[in-house]
Structure formats: structure tokens, C-alpha cells
Ligand binder design. Structure first.
Ligand code: PGA
Length: 252
């Protein structure tokens, strides 16, 4: 049985006051939820502030990015050691916005991933095709290349700890979700690619989240799919009510 994992990606949102308010509300509203992992991913500037609100609770924290190096001369970057110190257990890597706006490649994501393990951070690695790639029927080809590139040189043990987030780029922030069946089909495919690279046992254990316009009114259906183990939530994670409802998805 794979333990569900719901993560909120706050992206480039929230001042310190707003972040503390949201985190403390979620701590209160979700105090009785223990059968799934809950992860908040605030921007770097408020990680310490959010941690001070959730420390001692079952809610965990993740950063949204990190550099592939240790401390040193990388002006403007943040390394795994610094992230770990804030209280984070997770780090999101290779989000499509980073691939698109900051030219992150699978090779860069791979270097970050290996470094994340060095600092004992569990990576949430995003993969997913663009609309153009889906329309030209290349979605599985694109996603399998991303998986091979991002996870190159990883041990089976590390792969099991890695969370994969399938986020079709055309469904992010657009209100347009993949149908639960479409999403599940890709999740199943991702599992076969992981099985080929790391073995069947590993593929069965790896958690695969879906991301892209997950909302309170579609989460139950999405989470009912057999190969979907969680959600990476953007827009709907910025307010306590919708995010708490998503975390409390119901088994249908
Ligand atoms: P969205 O974003 O829920 O706003 O579509 C998801 C994501 O980019 O992680």
C-alpha cells in the first residue's frame, strides 16, 4: 500500500504574515488527519516562518527548488544544506515553470536530485508533456525521456524515496485537468518505465502524484484512480478551506 501524499505548492506567493496565517490555520484544521502525508511548499523567504507554525505537528514542509551544489560561490542560489536547516523534509525539483522559464534540463534536475539525497531531502520530481507534445501524440515518449534523464544513476533505494509528480503542462493553472482516466493512464505508464529501470518491486512502491488544476470538486475522482497516490496542488493550496478539503479527499 502506498501512503497518499498531498503537497501544496505555493509558488511565488505569500508574505511572512500571510504564510504564518495559512500554516497555522492548516495545522488547526488538519490536526486529526494522520493517514496521509501533508506537505507545504512555501517560497524560500518564509520557510522558517512556516516551520515555526507547523513544528511538532504531522504537517511537513518542502522547498520549491535548490541548487545542485553545496555552499559556495553561487550568488542568488539556495543549497540543500540551507533548505534542510529550515525544517524541510522535501524539495520540489524540475517543476515545469522552472523548465520553461529558467531552462532547467533533465540533466540539471538529475544533478539536483543526487544532491538532494546527499542532504537527506526527499525529492518531488515533476514530469509532464506540453499541449503541443500531447497533440502530436508524443506524450509517453516525452515523459519516459524525462524519467530516464532525471533519474539517471539513482539507486533503487533512493528511487523508492522519490516522489514523482505527473503534471501535464497544459493542465497547470488553466482550470483544465486531465480526465482522471487520462491521468491514470500516464501514471501506469510511468510505473512501467520505472519498473524497466529500477525493477518491478521499486515501481510498485514509488508514489506518483498528479498535478494540474486539482480542486476540491475533482480531487475525490482523481484520488480514486489506482495509480494516483497523491496530488501536487498549486492555486487551490493558497487558501485554507480548499486545501484542507483536498487533503481530506474521500475514498469513492
Ligand atoms: P495548479 O498548479 O494546481 O495551480 O494547476 C499545479 C502545479 O503547478 O504544481
Amino acid at each position: 500500500m502506498r501512503r497518499p501524499i498531498i503537497a501544496g505548492n505555493w509558488k511565488m506567493n505569500k508574505t511572512k504574515v500571510e504564510a504564518r496565517e495559512l500554516a497555522s490555520r492548516l495545522r488547526r484544521d488538519l490536526h486529526d488527519v494522520f493517514d496521509r502525508d501533508i506537505v507545504l511548499c512555501p517560497p524560500f523567504t518564509v520557510l522558517f516562518a512556516v516551520w515555526s507554525e507547523i513544528e511538532g505537528s504531522q504537517i511537513e514542509m518542502g522547498a520549491q527548488n535548490m541548487v545542485w551544489e553545496g555552499p559556495g560561490a553561487y550568488t542568488g542560489e539556495i543549497c540543500g544544506e540551507m533548505i534542510k536547516e529550515t525544517g524541510c523534509q522535501y524539495v520540489i525539483l524540475g517543476h515545469s515553470e522552472r523548465r520553461q522559464y529558467f531552462k532547467e534540463t533533465d540533466a540539471i534536475i538529475n544533478k539536483k536530485l543526487l544532491k538532494a539525497f546527499f542532504y537527506r531531502l526527499n525529492p518531488i520530481v515533476c514530469v509532464g508533456e506540453t499541449l503541443k507534445e500531447r497533440e502530436s501524440g508524443r506524450e509517453t515518449e516525452v515523459v519516459s525521456a524525462q524519467i530516464e534523464g532525471c533519474f539517471a544513476g539513482l539507486s533503487e533505494e533512493a528511487m523508492v524515496k522519490t516522489v514523482v509528480a505527473y503534471e501535464p503542462v497544459w493542465a497547470i493553472g488553466t482550470g483544465r485537468t486531465a480526465t482522471p482516466e487520462q491521468a491514470n493512464e500516464m501514471h501506469e505508464y510511468i510505473r512501467t518505465v520505472i519498473a524497466k529501470l529500477f525493477g518491478k518491486d521499486c515501481a510498485e512502491k514509488v508514489r506518483i502524484q498528479y498535478g494540474g488544476s486539482v480542486k476540491p470538486d475533482n480531487v475525490d475522482e482523481i484520488m480514486a484512480q489506482p495509480d494516483i497516490d497523491g496530488a501536487l496542488v498549486g492555486g487551490a493550496s493558497l487558501k485554507p478551506e480548499p486545501f484542507a478539503r483536498i487533503v481530506r479527499f474521500e475514498n469513492i
